[in-house]
Design a protein around this ligand. Structure first.
Ligand SMILES: Cc1ncc(COP(=O)(O)O)c(C=O)c1O
Length: 382
């Protein structure tokens, strides 16, 4: 039977993610539109984003934090293009985004000494095999498989290589010890429900040392360049952005950060995300047709929660008949206004993906579960 109540907010996309509870366009009323981002006030607002982010995330004082172009992708790529080359590289990949970084490093940068540590969807590579005498590139949370690294214990404090981490679907929702790594990147459109196209780049002193002591042999476009005359362009980390950010998006990012502070900061954000995962786990435990894609709870994401259909009716279908089923479910749910964007990512095994980051209320997830059951039965009926 079709459930009676819908989630109050049906947004469960893994990016752009749901706005914070209570968000309205009026949150942007004070935006510094029509003004230069290089004005005193413009710079102050950009700086405020970095300062509030630093405090919320516990970024060590000696680390740089800056706003960069082209979202998380921009932040990762400017790091890879600027830093890699002097050492061999270990790249970890267990889903689409990690595989994307493998492609960049192997096929675009064409580095000669690259080890790819790969695992299938739902699994993670053996972290004990990672060699930190080399540079290491990994995603904290694989957004398309719902698998995350369990912690930072596998990253040695004394390492020769740099630990470069794409943490975009983890920061503000998981305990990510930024001081344990050298490069950490994320974008605003994820856990705090900000807007696309703006990236954040965090650099350790060792990453800065690499930038200042190594010049890659390939050309670097302006939007990737972090040094001038062999010195760090420190302005990038002091609100002098490489190019023009949207001051509307800056205002929105500030709104998200203030909200995060008001509700209790990082501990509360993490708690909310964990509670969302626990709610999904309860539903999965009592639901026969569905299971987590990540079997091991230690590596199960609390943000991009990926589910597979295990009902024999589904698993016995040929692959080409399985793939459209979650998509049909997602489109039924969208038509009903019960849930948006819950089908798995285009490169992932067919299934469902529910965002459980801190802007999603547990009550909305709980209201969604009967709709998922309904949509599955509808699609099964044909
Ligand atoms: C792990 C990961 N890396 C990179 C990206 C790309 O992020 P953006 O679109 O903000 O550049 C995403 C987006 O979902 C992601 O989940």
């Amino acid at each position: 039977m079709k459930p009676a109540a819908r989630p109050r907010n049906p947004c469960f996309s893994s990016g752009p993610c749901a706005k914070r509870p209570g968000w309205a366009v009026s949150a942007l009323e004070g935006a510094l539109v029509g003004r230069s981002h290089r004005s005193k006030e413009g710079r102050a607002r950009i700086k405020e984003v970095s300062d509030r982010s630093r405090k919320l995330l516990g970024v060590p004082d000696e680390y740089r934090i800056g706003l960069v172009p082209a979202s998380d992708t921009g932040a990762v790529e400017m790091s890879l293009w600027s830093l890699l080359g002097p050492r061999g590289v270990d790249v970890l990949a267990w889903e689409s985004f990690g595989q994307g970084w493998v492609t960049d490093i192997s096929k675009q940068l064409k580095l000669p000494d690259v080890r790819v540590l790969a695992a299938d969807y739902g699994q993670i590579p053996d972290l004990a095999q990672v060699d930190f005498s080399r540079d290491v590139v990994f995603t904290w949370n694989g957004t398309t498989s719902g698998v995350r690294v369990p912690d930072a214990a596998w990253i040695p404090e004394t390492r020769e290589g740099l630990a470069i981490c794409d943490a975009t679907s983890a920061v503000f929702a998981m305990d990510v010890p930024i001081g344990a790594m050298d490069v950490v990147t994320y974008s605003w459109q994820k856990v705090l429900g900000g807007e696309g196209q703006h990236g954040m780049l965090i650099l350790s002193p060792r990453a800065v040392e690499r930038l200042e002591s190594y010049a890659p042999p390939w050309p670097l476009p302006k939007i990737f360049r972090m040094t001038k005359g062999g010195k760090l362009s420190d302005g990038i980390f002091q609100a002098d952005t490489i190019n023009t950010p949207s001051m509307l998006c800056v205002e929105d990012a500030l709104d998200g950060l203030r909200w995060a502070e008001e509700i209790g900061g990082l501990p509360e954000l993490v708690l909310r995300s964990k509670a969302n995962l626990a709610a999904v786990a309860d539903w999965v435990a009592r639901t026969l047709w569905v299971e987590f894609l990540a079997e091991d709870p230690a590596i199960r994401s609390s943000t991009s929660i990926c589910l597979k259909i295990v009902d024999p009716w589904f698993t016995e279908l040929p692959a080409e008949e399985q793939a459209p089923i979650p998509k049909k479910m997602a489109s039924l749910l969208e038509k009903e206004g019960a849930a948006y964007d819950v089908a798995s990512y285009r490169d992932a095994p067919p299934g469902l993906r529910l965002w459980g980051g801190a802007t999603v209320l547990k009550a909305d997830l709980e209201a969604l579960f009967p709709w998922l059951d309904w949509a599955y039965e509808e699609v099964k009926k044909g």
